[in-house]
Design a protein around this ligand. Structure first.
Ligand SMILES: [Zn+2]
Length: 397
């Protein structure tokens, strides 16, 4: 996309916002919208949380472009979580907000607060028309108690009070752990709670997060890999292990890391040396994910096979998340994860099939927002992402 990220502050009527590389009919960049609800006009770009969320998509796409097309639920959900985590970290740079947060929470910043309640205004607007699509006090509350589940065992959609495999819904597991980690890092500083301490905690956790993203391979069980790499970063300089146990605890309590995984990480030799965090790039910028062919028969396409990008990078840490029964969850194969996420996308009507729909069996979902498109490349059909839509698409419902 080049050096600059264009911002389209009002792209029309909708309760929506999205990040796109272009290619789906919209110019690249961040797009915001407006809509009148019960006599009041809501501009999504007026919300700092929404603006920082969209910017987060852009930043993550710049540092880990392979996630954009990775055909797996956890990569898409992590993109959404990264947007929300960006909003949490960004607002803490405003010291007057930090002071208000300390007054509101008494310093326990993983309690429900103006920090944890993401996009309150937009949530209120959506709630008028779709009362169960958002949390009761905001769009998504980072203060939640969702526990990790294999997303392939979850339904493709659910009310906001439950977890589904829809990326915004599933993102809340990681964001919840992240808010707990932020609160823990702030607390372990051991000083009198201050807005300056909040800035320091947010910047340190931001460094750990980006280090984890750059180190973690894109795999179906991506949450556990990012978590493991964040623990590894926190275990080294310049953090001197002081945040390692906080991070492990937050990820284990959410089931993002199994107990077995956390125990394994304790014995991993520290690799990070020197006086600053070394940002390792497991997937270099130019490297593309591997592709695989999946059966297209059930999607109403005019071909038998569809090529997709799979989350098939090699792992460095053999860790996984927790299962709901005893022990760790069995990781899915990249192919199986791709088939599951592709089915979700077609069920929700997010794929623009263009001219590739079967004459009789085709299913186009004419009013749903499209985040993916089918293109023909070297005689084969390829599924490509165009957009991270931020989930306020109510017109298709
Ligand atoms: Zn988003």
């Amino acid at each position: 996309m080049g050096k600059f990220l264009p911002v389209h502050v009002d792209s029309g009527v909708d309760l929506n916002a999205f990040y796109t590389r272009g290619g789906g009919g919209e110019p690249p960049g961040l797009h915001f919208f407006h809509e009148a609800v019960t006599g009041r006009v809501y501009f999504s770009g007026e919300s700092p949380d929404v603006a920082c969320h969209e910017m987060g998509h852009g930043v993550l796409d710049a540092i880990r472009p392979q996630l954009f097309d990775a055909q797996t639920i956890e990569a898409a959900a992590f993109h959404e979580s990264f947007g929300d985590m960006s909003a949490l970290l960004s607002v803490l740079q405003v010291q007057s907000f930090g002071q208000a947060l300390l007054n509101e929470t008494g310093g326990t910043i993983n309690h429900a607060s103006r920090l944890s309640r993401l996009a309150e205004q937009l949530g209120a607007a959506i709630r008028v028309q779709h009362p169960d699509a958002v949390d009761r006090d905001c769009l998504r509350n980072a203060c939640n108690s969702f526990f990790y589940r294999d997303p392939q065992t979850l339904p493709p959609s659910a009310p906001a009070s439950q977890l589904s495999s829809e990326p915004h819904s599933f993102s809340r597991v990681f964001t919840g752990a992240f808010l707990d980690a932020l609160a823990g890092i702030f607390r372990v500083q051991g000083k009198t709670p201050s807005p300056e301490g909040l800035v320091k905690a947010s910047q340190e956790l931001g460094q750990i997060l980006v280090g984890g993203v750059l180190g973690a391979p894109v795999v179906p069980d991506y949450y556990s890999q990012v978590a493991a790499h964040m623990v590894q970063i926190a275990d080294g300089a310049p953090f001197g292990r002081k945040y390692r146990d906080i991070l492990k605890s937050c990820f284990v309590r959410r089931g993002i890391l199994s107990l077995q995984a956390a125990a394994t990480l304790s014995s991993v030799k520290r690799r990070i040396v020197g006086s600053s965090v070394r940002l390792e790039r497991a997937g270099s910028e130019g490297r593309k994910l591997p592709t695989a062919s999946i059966s297209a028969a059930q999607y109403g396409l005019n071909r038998a096979a569809l090529k997709v990008y799979t989350a098939g990078e090699p792992k460095r840490f053999a860790v996984t998340s927790s299962s709901l029964t005893l022990g760790p969850v069995e990781p899915r194969s990249p192919q199986n994860a791709a088939e599951s996420y592709t089915e979700d996308l077609f069920q929700r009507g997010h794929v623009d099939v263009g001219a590739h729909a079967h004459r009789v069996a085709g299913l186009t979902h004419p009013f749903s927002f499209k985040t993916h498109m089918i293109v023909e490349e070297n005689g084969e059909l390829l599924l490509k992402r165009t957009t991270f839509d931020c989930g306020f698409d109510h017109k298709g419902n």
